[in-house]
Design a protein around this ligand. Structure first.
Ligand code: ATP
Ligand code: MG
Length: 413
C-alpha cells in the first residue's frame, strides 16, 4: 500500500479525551477512530491487525474441530427469559430495543442461548455429537465505564466458540484441548510468557471457570500467580481452601495487574435442560447435551498487544500481527531515484511481501521516521539518494536501535 494514498494521517498530539496508551497510539497512528466512549471504528491499518489476529484464532479453532458461522446481533427476548438471563438484574450490560410492532429484542452481548436454540435443529442423535461452532461477532454491552480504550468497549469484537458434547468425559477432553489452543493463540500473538490460565469463579457444574489473564498495568483485574508452579488464581476465588486444593501457600503467590483476554466455561447440562436440548443415545434414551462456552476478546487482545510492546515513540507490533511486514521509507525526490524506489516496492510486493510504502514527496526525513516509529511496522527499509549511490538500502528493526546498510540484491534474496 502506498502511504500517499492512505486516507488516514498520523497526529502528533495525543487526543484530549483518551487516557489509555492503546487508544492514544492507535488513534494517533490512524488505526482507530473514536465514535463515542467505548465505540471505535477500525480504519485500514487497524483492520490489517485485526484480521491477522482473527486468522491466528481461526486457525487454532479450526484445528480443534471448530466450524465457523455468524449469528445475528438481534436476539429474541424469550430465549433469554427461558434461562433467566433477560432481566437487567441478572445481566447488567443489555442493550435492548423494540420492533415497530412492540416486540422487544436484545442486542447480542453473548450468544449461548440463540446459538443453542439454532443447534436444536441439527442435534437430535448421539451421532450428531460432538459439535463445535464459533464466530467472530461484534458484541454489544452497556458497560458502566469505558476508559481503557479498546480494552473495554460498549461494542467490541469477540470470538466465541460453543461445544456440544455427549457426556462429561467428551466435554472435558475438548475443554482441555481448548486451553492448549488458547495458549497457542496467545503465544503466536507474542503474549505467551505474560498470559496465565487462571482459576476463576463460574462454571455451572465445576468449581471453576478458567480465565486467560495477561499481565499489564492497563488491565482492570488483579490475579495471584506462581510462575514456577504455573498457577494463577483470581481474587474472586482466592481462599484457604482453594490454595490448599491447588497446593500453594499465599506467600508463594505474587500479585499482578492483568487484563482478561479469554474466558472459558463449562455449563454442564444446566443450560441444555433449561432449553430442552437433548439427544437420543444408542439405547434410545434421552440425554441432555453438555455445553461449553469459550470467549476471546479479539479487540481487547489487540489493545493488550499495544500496551505490552509500545514504547515512548509509538506502536511496536510483533511480526505475527503487524499490519505490514516492511515499511519501505523513500527519501528520494529526483525522478530517477523515485523510479528505483517504486521498482523496489513493486519487486517486494511481487515477492509476496506486505509492504507499506512511504512514497510521499516533500515530507521531511525526520517526520517520515517519526511516523514510521508511531505506526510500528517490524522492519524499516530506507531508500535514499545516498543508499542508492551504493545500490543499497538501510534496514532497521522497530525494536532495535541499530541500522545497517545492505545491498538491494541481498535484501531481495
Ligand atoms: P470483564 O470481566 O472484563 O468485563 P467478562 O467476564 O464480562 O469480561 P466474558 O463474557 O467472559 O467477559 O467475555 C469473553 C471475553 O470477551 C473476555 O474474556 C474479554 O476478553 C472480552 N470482553 C468482555 N467484555 C469486553 C468489553 N466490554 N470490551 C472488550 N472486550 C471484552
Ligand atoms: Mg469473563
Amino acid at each position: 500500500m502506498k502511504q500517499s494514498q492512505l486516507f488516514t494521517k498520523t497526529r502528533k498530539e495525543a487526543p484530549a479525551d483518551e487516557v489509555s496508551k492503546n487508544a492514544e497510539f492507535l488513534t494517533r497512528a490512524g488505526y482507530i477512530y473514536k465514535e463515542m466512549a467505548g465505540a471505535y471504528a477500525y480504519l485500514p491499518l487497524g483492520i490489517c491487525v485485526l484480521e491477522k489476529i482473527k486468522q491466528i484464532i481461526r486457525e487454532e479453532m479450526n484445528a480443534v474441530g471448530g466450524q465457523e458461522l455468524i449469528m445475528t446481533s438481534l436476539q429474541r427476548k424469550e430465549l433469554w427469559e427461558n434461562t433467566d438471563r433477560w432481566s437487567d438484574e441478572n445481566v447488567d450490560v443489555w442493550f435492548k430495543s423494540k420492533l415497530k410492532n412492540g416486540t422487544e429484542v436484545g442486542f447480542g452481548w453473548s450468544h449461548e442461548e440463540p446459538i443453542s436454540e439454532m443447534m436444536k435443529n441439527y442435534i437430535s442423535s448421539y451421532k450428531d455429537l460432538p459439535a463445535y461452532v464459533y464466530q467472530f461477532q461484534t458484541k454489544m454491552r452497556n458497560e458502566l465505564r469505558a476508559k481503557s480504550g479498546i480494552l473495554r468497549g460498549r461494542e467490541f469484537v469477540m470470538k466465541d466458540l460453543y461445544s456440544y458434547s455427549l457426556d462429561a468425559e467428551q466435554h472435558e477432553k475438548f475443554y482441555q484441548g481448548v486451553i492448549d489452543a488458547y495458549m497457542r493463540v496467545f503465544e503466536r500473538v507474542g503474549l505467551g510468557d505474560d498470559t496465565f490460565v487462571t482459576f476463576a469463579s463460574g462454571g455451572a457444574f465445576t468449581q471453576f471457570s478458567h480465565e486467560f489473564q495477561t499481565i499489564t498495568d492497563a488491565g482492570e483485574d488483579v490475579i495471584y500467580i506462581n510462575r514456577d508452579k504455573k498457577i494463577a488464581i483470581n481474587n474472586e476465588v482466592l481462599s484457604d481452601k482453594v490454595l490448599q486444593d491447588l497446593g500453594v501457600t499465599r506467600d508463594e503467590l505474587e500479585e499482578v495487574k492483568t487484563a482478561e483476554v479469554g474466558n472459558i466455561f463449562n455449563f454442564g447440562t444446566k443450560k441444555s435442560e433449561q432449553m430442552n436440548l437433548y439427544i437420543t443415545d444408542e439405547n434410545g434414551e434421552k440425554k441432555y447435551v453438555h455445553l461449553g462456552s469459550y470467549g476471546i476478546g479479539v479487540t481487547r487482545l489487540m489493545g493488550v498487544i499495544v500496551e505490552r510492546f509500545a514504547d515512548e515513540k509509538g506502536l511496536v507490533w510483533p511480526e505475527s500481527v503487524a499490519p505490514f511486514q516492511i515499511h519501505l521509507v523513500s527519501l528520494c525526490s529526483e525522478e530517477a531515484d523515485v523510479k528505483k524506489a517504486d521498482e523496489l516496492y513493486e519487486t517486494l510486493t511481487k515477492q509476496g511481501k506486505e509492504v507499506l510504502y512511504d512514497d510521499r514527496i516533500g515530507v521531511r526525513a525526520g517526520e517520515k521516521f517519526a511516523d514510521s516509529d508511531l505506526i510500528g511496522i517490524p522492519l524499516r527499509v530506507i531508500i535514499s539518494p545516498k543508499t542508492l549511490a551504493q545500490d543499497s538500502v538501510e534496514i532497521k528493526k522497530r525494536n532495535e536501535s541499530e541500522a545497517k546498510i545492505i545491498a538491494i540484491d541481498e535484501l531481495l534474496k
